[in-house]
Structures are given as structure tokens and as C-alpha cells.
Design a protein around this ligand. Structure first.
Ligand code: NAI
Ligand code: MG
Length: 358
């Protein structure tokens, strides 16, 4: 890789700038070590954008995000903006980015690093070596479906309703991401729905089956009901390689999967030729902001996913992940992942250690 990669950094507020600062150090190291360099631009999003411009995302910043090869996002939100109107709240910045960039495929990995096996609440043999990827549909389904609302029926009964709706193209494009990803991993896909009780679930299953038959017979495909998948994730998570599912089921199942391991990062797309945004799953952590306590590894590992999926730089991603592995194996822990009796390392110390390992 030798051309300039245009990266837009939107650190946001809260601990966003703290963790992103460590990512930038690693980016500089990478630029100095390799012939390629990043053309880095920064922008405001969330509360800091609201303070400066009265909106959590300006049209200019959105245009910069669309023009960039990839976006690195930190975190947004905080109690100081609780009284702000809904459409101006910091969180609307990331929602608008996802929608306007059409980030329909949300990749959420669950990867257990050996030195952190003891951080899981599950048994060692259940989670050791775990490496699965959930592909969650992110711009459709019941969170966006119409009709939705609250109404009063003629007999006076009040009710609330939402609609689960998926078109064939929506199912096809997210399933393609899953199949393509599986080809680069362990070549297995579980498609998850509730075809037994939902029409949209049956449709989902039929569409995935048809796509598989047409283009991906080399990938092993299994269908699974979402309730069973939840159970299997806790019982025997290593049976999974890639899971593809709807927005709602993906929301629940990926949070469940994150807890098998401690959380990682969420890049919202893959493939190298589409726009993508990469972010750690955590928020702005108002309780620890400004104290040099935040764990920068989720943001850093989101960056390695950018290298891997947007820039085809798997070797560089491997290198950084190995450095993280080394640092953890050496016993260094920020407060959120330390065991009793350990001393907490600061955000900066964790960044120093990763650079040292590199
Ligand atoms: P949170 O993820 O910010 O914090 C939850 C807990 O985890 C806190 O105790 C925090 O200190 C800890 N934590 C989070 N990230 C950490 C890190 N990197 N290192 C060490 N500890 C970490 O979620 P919470 O408290 O529910 O939300 C706080 C704010 O963040 C809210 O305004 C919320 O809307 C926003 N938020 C933003 C997200 C985003 O920007 N994508 C995602 C989730 C929440
Ligand atoms: Mg969630």
C-alpha cells in the first residue's frame, strides 16, 4: 500500500479525544515506518459541534465524511447536553452519519485475547480462542419501518406499534457482506431470523438461501432462529464464524456476544471499495472523562479494522493486534479490565506500551 489514504477523524466528546489521541500516535508510527501515509483531517461531531455550530453534525463535516476513504469515530454524548432538544443532541451526530453514509452493514467482532480469558464470566474452555463476527443490518428493519406510532382504537384502547420490513435488495446487500467476509475467515455463515413466526423472517431466509445458491455455494450456510442463537452464543459460541441478522436481533445478539469477551469496536461496513466508519462500541464515559483513565484499546482495535477492511493492510493490522496482545500478556491493564490487586495503567501508559511493543 503506498498511496495516501484520506481519513477523517471525528473524536467527538467525553473520552473520545483521549482514546483517539492514542490512535493518532499509532497512525504516526505507521506512517513513519511504511511508505504510505495517511492524509488525516479532523472534524467536530456531537457535543463539541453543538457548542461550536448549534448542531451535532454540520453539512460540511458530513460532506468531509462522505469524501474520506474512511472515518474514525470516537464517542459522543454527556449529561451536560441532557436538556438540549432531541434533534440537536450529540447522539444525533452519529445516527445521522450512519444514515447519510448508508452504513447498512455493522460489523461487530467478538474476539477473545488469550491474556484476557479470565475477564469473561464464562468458562475458559468455552471462550478461549473465540473469534466470531456479527454482521448486523443497520439502516432498515423495525427501527425504521413504517407504519409506526401510538394510536387510540375506536373502542378507546390505546396501542403502540412498529413494523419489521425488509426489501429483497436490503437483505441481499447485507448478506453479501457476510458471505464475502466468511470467505476471508472460516467460510461459514449463520443467517439468523425467526422464520417460524415472522413473515419477514421467512422472507429473509428465502432471500439468503437464493443468494447462497446463486453466488456462494462454496460457503457453508446454516439458518438459525434468533432465540436459539442467543442461547448458543452463551452455550457454545465457538460454533460460529459469521452471523448475519436483522437490525433488532443484531442489536441484542451483538451486545450479548461482546460480553463473552469484553468489547472491541464496531466498523460499519467492509470490502475495501465502500465508505466505512469505524468506532469503538463504548460511549463518552462521562464518569471518567479527563482523568487519563480510559482504555484506548477499543478505539485502537477499531483502527486496525480500518486497516484490514478499508485499506487491505492486513499485515499492519496483524502487527498492531500482536502488539496489543503482547502488552496484555505482559500484565498491563487499564482500570476497566484489571483484576483485584492490580494497579491501573493510564490511557497514556497503555499507548506508550503499545508503541513500545510495536
Ligand atoms: P459508556 O460506554 O460511555 O460508559 C459505560 C461504562 O463503561 C462507564 O462506567 C464508563 O466509564 C465505562 N467505559 C466506557 N468506555 C470505556 C473505556 N474506553 N475505558 C474505560 N472505561 C470505559 O455508556 P453510558 O454511560 O451508557 O453513556 C454515556 C454517554 O455516552 C451517553 O451520553 C450516551 O448516549 C453516549 N453513548 C455514545 C455512544 C457513541 O458515541 N457511539 C455509544 C454509547 C453511549
Ligand atoms: Mg445496543
Amino acid at each position: 500500500m503506498s498511496s495516501n489514504k484520506r481519513v477523517l477523524i471525528l473524536a467527538g466528546d467525553g473520552i473520545g479525544p483521549e482514546v483517539m489521541g492514542q490512535v493518532e500516535r499509532v497512525m504516526e508510527w505507521l506512517s513513519a515506518r511504511r511508505s504510505f501515509s495517511f492524509d488525516v483531517q479532523s472534524g467536530l461531531v456531537g457535543g463539541v459541534s453543538y457548542e461550536a455550530h448549534g448542531t451535532p453534525l454540520t453539512d460540511e463535516t458530513l460532506a468531509d465524511a462522505v469524501a474520506a476513504d474512511a472515518v474514525l469515530f470516537g464517542a459522543v454524548g454527556g449529561p451536560q447536553w441532557d436538556s438540549v432538544a432531541r434533534e440537536a443532541r450529540p447522539e444525533m451526530g452519529i445516527l445521522r452519519l450512519r444514515k447519510e453514509m448508508d452504513l447498512y452493514a455493522n460489523l461487530r467482532p467478538a474476539l477473545v485475547f488469550d491474556p484476557l480469558v479470565e475477564a469473561s464470566t464464562l468458562k475458559d474452555e468455552v471462550v478461549r480462542g473465540l473469534d466470531l463476527m456479527i454482521v448486523r443490518e443497520l439502516t432498515g428493519g423495525i427501527y425504521f419501518g413504517e407504519p409506526r406510532g401510538v394510536e387510540t382504537l375506536p373502542d378507546g384502547t390505546r396501542r403502540g406499534f412498529d413494523t419489521e420490513v425488509y426489501s429483497a435488495p436490503e437483505i441481499e446487500r447485507v448478506s453479501r457482506v457476510a458471505f464475502e467476509l466468511a470467505r476471508r475467515r472460516d467460510n461459514r455463515v449463520h443467517s439468523v431470523e425467526k422464520a417460524n413466526v415472522m413473515e419477514s423472517g421467512k422472507f429473509w431466509r428465502d432471500e439468503v438461501t437464493a443468494l447462497h445458491a446463486a453466488d456462494y455455494t462454496d460457503v457453508a450456510l446454516e439458518h438459525m432462529y434468533a432465540d436459539n442463537c442467543a442461547m448458543q452464543l452463551v452455550r457454545r459460541p465457538k460454533q460460529f464464524d459469521v452471523i448475519v441478522t436483522s437490525n433488532l436481533f443484531g442489536d441484542l445478539l451483538s451486545d450479548c456476544a461482546a460480553m463473552l469477551t469484553g468489547s472491541l469496536g464496531i466498523p460499519s461496513d467492509e470490502g475495501g471499495n465502500r465508505k466505512a466508519l469505524y468506532e469503538p462500541v463504548h460511549g463518552s464515559a462521562p464518569d471518567i472523562v479527563g482523568q487519563n483513565l480510559a482504555n484506548p484499546l477499543a478505539a485502537l482495535l477499531s483502527f486496525t479494522m480500518m486497516l484490514r477492511y478499508s485499506f487491505g493492510a492486513a499485515d499492519d493490522a496483524d502487527l498492531i493486534e500482536a502488539a496489543v496482545q503482547d502488552v496484555l500478556a505482559g500484565g498491563l491493564r487499564t482500570a476497566d479490565i484489571m483484576q483485584d490487586g492490580m494497579t491501573a495503567a493510564s490511557t497514556d501508559a497503555m499507548g506508550d506500551a503499545v508503541l513500545g511493543a510495536l
